[in-house]
Design a protein around this ligand. Sequence first.
Ligand code: SAM
Ligand code: DTB
Ligand code: SF4
Length: 334
Amino acid sequence: MNTALTAAEQSLLENLDPAWTLDAVMALFEKPFGDLVFEAQQVHRSHFEPNSVQLSTLLSIKTGGCPEDCGYCPQAARYHTGVANSDLMSVGEVLTAARAAKQNGATRFCMGAAWRGPKQRDLDKVAEMVAAVKSLGLETCATLGMLREGQAEQLKGAGLDYYNHNIDTGADHYQRVVSTRTQDERYETLTRVRAAGLSVCCGGIVGMGESRQTRAELIVQLANMDPYPESVPINNLVQVKGTPLHGIAPIDPFEFVRTVACARVTMPRAMVRLSAGREQMSDELQALCFMAGANSIFYGDKLLTTGNPQAASDRRLFSRLGIEASTSNGVPAD
Ligand code: SAM
Ligand code: DTB
Ligand code: SF4
């Protein structure tokens, strides 16, 4: 048998992205820590600048009072978390925040709203915000909940680059965390987002009392999307008093790094975002996450409603690690 492949065949094979099985991802999770991080580093280095991390700033454009019951979320109206509700911001307020984010070095700006899904009148206003933020030269992302027919197209038309909609956890665990919607409904929105030509930002939260197998299921579900998401946020649960998940045993920090590494190995060209939970992490743990292939962080002293490390402290950390804030817009190097 002739085993020599032409360059074209080789490239075709590399781009096939064969399906990941639960066994294969569990085997990754179970590797010795050093071996898994080494593998993730190799994959990372073959697709991205190794010491470059993208800075993304988040803004809550509509806060609190959400009708959903996500067990992790401080913005659900039914939990008493002390979050002050506020109406949808004005386009001018959002633009001011986006200018400041750009001035501080962010290249990506993500707008989040505490909705089950946007009403048409609200979406018209968000579309104006997207166009204004895009005109500053920032990469744009929005997370507004479930989208109806035509809404993803409207956002795309306004200049939206990515839509964030997380599947959050493995399918079996999902209904233990959220009862007001199903994970299948999340997939429906993701299909609309993809069909509209938007890039998909989809990841999850760990540290919600799930097993390693559930984390592996989350990774399998993400990696087997066709194509897999261009952007994969890995959140560590920020425990907020008043939410059902407050007080749950936190995840072992090394297991968090393993989750990041598995995302990198299974989704080689995705931006893997070290998302919520950094304020509770040591510098050393964050450094391990970068070694495991994370190449984006949320930057600025607030996530949506909870804290995030101060920008100056992140700049110091980058300098100690020889990491540069990327100037690119998240498109892979090759
Ligand atoms: N309401 C919209 C939705 O749920 O799709 C958009 C905003 S929602 C706050 C965006 C994402 O934030 C959620 O999907 C979840 O992954 C993440 N999130 C919310 N609360 C969190 C927490 N306490 N810790 C970590 N991530 C959290
Ligand atoms: C994502 O995956 N994480 C971000 C962003 N997408 C919208 C949100 C984190 C929220 C953390 C809790 C809070 O600050 O309210
Ligand atoms: Fe609402 Fe989103 Fe929070 Fe769920 S995660 S309660 S949908 S804001």
